[in-house]
Design a protein around this ligand. Sequence first.
Ligand code: AHG
Ligand code: MN
Ligand code: MN
Length: 336
Amino acid sequence: MSTPAPVVVSFNNPPAFITLQAHMLAEERRYPGTSGHLSWIVSALAIAAKTIAAKLKNAGIEDVLGDFGSQNVQGERQQKLDVIANHLLIQLLGQREGVAVIGSEENDELLMVEAEAGGGQRFAVLFDPLDGSANLDVGGNVGTIFSIFEVPPGGEQLLQPGRRQVAAGYVLYGSSTIFVLTAGHGVHLFVLDTAVGAFIRVQRDLRIPAVGQIYAVNEANLASFPAGYQHYLAQCRETGFTSRYAGAMVADVHRVLLKGGIFLYPPTAKAPTGKLRLMYEANPMAMIIEQAGGLASTGGGSILDVCPEHLHQRVPVALGSPENVTALLAELVRQA
Ligand code: AHG
Ligand code: MN
Ligand code: MN
């Protein structure tokens, strides 16, 4: 009897079951010169995300809701989960080889991590540990936002324009836990498989729709927006837009990324330079949106070109589908 010929099976085309970790390792292999530290950092972010997701699921049962009883550097009341998520991220990232600098919404200053012997490629990781934390008490959507830069040799000029981010992304803690990542070569979306305990890639090279019919803005501030924003929003209402606003940037931007449209946090009377923070809210979201084919503007220029002056500086934000953002910018110029 002759031996049957072996069956050749290819698992590569298309890859069926790619975890976040496998995705990152493959990305790094494509770009020689990277040290492997970036995937190691993203893996710390993924562990933090899984832990935060688990805490959020049990919020109300475990004692993790409500005020922590302190304020952060920006005078905002800290929620217990802001503090828990921040601590977790600092602990996990601080132990990762390659992390040189940590910056958080919840810490006044940058934290400098001692270098290990051997040196090598080093990164700064900046984050908003829990975005939209006012939604916590009502079981609403919240997120984590992160931005990663390479620390320049010599270490001076730690804060750099968003254009120099090497990776950025966010985690949305919603009906599922979603990890959206760019390392400068497209935007990829992963969903946490809770049975397996891993983020599984469900979309590669995500593209934002060229135009959309949704705007996300806190309309209660409308009267104090500069005229151009007011005119643009009036046009939107007249042309059949719908409004969606979760009050958590991650949730609102995620909707715009998938469905198209525009997210706005313009200057207001209360916040003349806008409310959102450049380094750990606006920059990472701008990189995601631009990598997906959208636009991200301060109303004057690209968010990614703003030269940072300090960790907690604020910036007006308009981002989303290219046609929507272009129409807004035209209105801003017209009304200037
Ligand atoms: P954080 O909870 O990290 O302080 O961020 C809240 C931010 C952002 O997520 C959201 O887009 C915005 O605040 C909402 O602000 P308003 O309540 O003024 O609309
Ligand atoms: Mn935030
Ligand atoms: Mn926050």
